[in-house]
Design a protein around this ligand. Structure first.
Ligand SMILES: [Zn+2]
Length: 145
C-alpha cells in the first residue's frame, strides 16, 4: 500500500498530492516544497533538491538514507532516485493530477449508466490527452509516459 498525502507549498498558495511508494519514506523527508510562486525562497542546491516545471522539492537525504538502510533497501538516496522511483513523488505526473483525475471521473460519471464502453473509452482518451499536455509542458514524470 502506498500512502497518499496532500501537501501545501511554503507560501500556502498551492498544494501537491504526493505518493510514497511502499510507505518507505515519510512526509518528513520532504523538508520544503516550493510552488512556482514561492520557489524564489529556495536557495538552490541540486544535491538535495529537484526541480520540476517551476516546482522545487527539497529532501532530507540523511533521513532518507537512514530509512532506506533500516528497511534494507539498497538504493541511492538522491533526489532524482527518490522522485523518479516513486519513493516520494507526485501522485500521477504532476502536483495536481489527483484532482484532475477525480474531476475527470466526476464529469464522465453520467455516462456509466448510459454507455459503459463509451465511458471507459472517454476516460482513457481524455486522460491520455491530459498526460500528452503534461509531457509537452515538460513535466518530469510525464516524459516516461
Ligand atoms: Zn508556493
Amino acid at each position: 500500500m502506498c500512502l497518499n498525502q496532500q501537501r501545501f507549498c511554503e507560501c500556502g498558495g498551492s498544494s501537491a498530492f504526493l505518493l510514497f511508494r511502499d510507505n518507505l519514506l515519510g512526509p518528513e523527508v520532504l523538508v520544503h516544497l516550493y510552488c512556482p510562486e514561492c520557489r524564489g525562497r529556495a536557495l538552490w542546491d541540486g544535491a538535495r533538491m529537484l526541480a520540476d516545471c517551476g516546482w522545487v522539492l527539497e529532501f532530507d537525504l540523511e533521513r532518507a538514507r537512514a530509512l532506506f538502510d533500516v528497511r534494507g533497501v539498497r538504493v541511492p538516496a538522491t533526489p532524482e532516485h527518490i522522485f523518479d522511483e516513486g519513493y516520494l513523488t507526485w501522485q500521477g505526473f504532476s502536483p495536481g493530477d489527483h484532482e484532475v483525475n477525480t474531476r475527470l471521473h466526476q464529469r464522465l460519471a453520467p455516462l456509466i449508466e448510459q454507455d459503459l464502453a463509451l465511458y471507459l473509452k472517454s476516460l482513457k482518451e481524455q486522460w491520455l490527452e491530459h498526460v500528452a499536455r503534461l509531457k509537452a509542458a515538460g513535466w518530469r514524470k510525464a516524459q516516461q509516459a
